[in-house]
Design a protein around this ligand. Structure first.
Ligand code: G4P
Length: 190
């Protein structure tokens, strides 16, 4: 998506090798006009897939998912990273190893909001090693739901997570795939 690539080149900054700072428009301050364009792109790609629900993960996925959901007219369900007393044991869980944060964590989704009749679109802001997406696929499968596909805003292609998910058969849409980047400011797209 050319508009997104222009945003990344103009406003993104490579802080260390492998880490891109985009908090001026994507995951801290949010550019709603850009998000509307992102939501429309996601919708155009998956509009014939009979999506019944969007599944994402807190925190940064939620805003993108909500704007996208307006095009599909479906609910958004987000996986929680911390246990919530009101959820009790009535949850699907998946373990995620985060390369970026160097730690493992669990995500939870209430069993009340996923069913075998659901056709799920997974949405997230970044795809690096693919662990978060894999965890969400895992949770959807536990519920017997169908994963129609996954849509991410920025894929860091050099980390390989996206290619692995595609090889496993996931219908994955990434609006910008970064092939390489370095602290001199050079960013190359696939
Ligand atoms: P993976 O799921 O693809 O394996 O990725 P990884 O665990 O390595 O990334 C975990 C978190 O780091 C995610 O946010 C993701 O959005 C963020 N992240 C990964 N690479 C980058 C990057 O280059 N730049 C920025 N700004 N963020 C990156 P999170 O922990 O889920 O936090 P939240 O922001 O959603 O709360």
């Amino acid at each position: 998506m050319q508009l997104l690539k222009d945003y990344i080149l103009k406003n993104g900054r490579v802080v260390t090798d492998g880490l891109l700072k985009v908090d001026g428009f994507l995951n801290h301050q949010i550019d709603i006009g850009l998000f509307q364009n992102i939501g429309r792109e996601f919708y155009n790609h998956f509009k014939n897939d009979n999506i019944t629900k969007i599944l994402t993960i807190e925190a940064s996925g939620i805003g993108i998912a909500c704007i996208t959901a307006q095009y599909f007219d479906v609910p958004v369900l987000f996986a929680k990273k911390n246990s919530v007393k009101t959820q009790g044991e009535n949850v699907y869980t998946a373990d995620i190893a985060s390369f970026t944060h160097g730690k493992n964590y669990s995500i939870r989704v209430s069993k009340d909001y996923l069913s075998p009749s659901d056709r799920i679109l997974i949405i997230d802001d970044f795809l690096a090693n693919g662990e978060a997406i894999q965890g969400l696929v895992n949770i959807a499968k536990q519920a017997g739901a169908t994963v129609a596909g996954a849509a991410v805003v920025i894929e860091k292609g050099f980390q390989g997570g996206g290619d692995k998910l595609r090889a496993e058969g996931l219908n994955l849409l990434s609006l910008a795939i970064i092939e390489s980047m370095d602290t001199s400011g050079k960013i190359t797209f696939r």
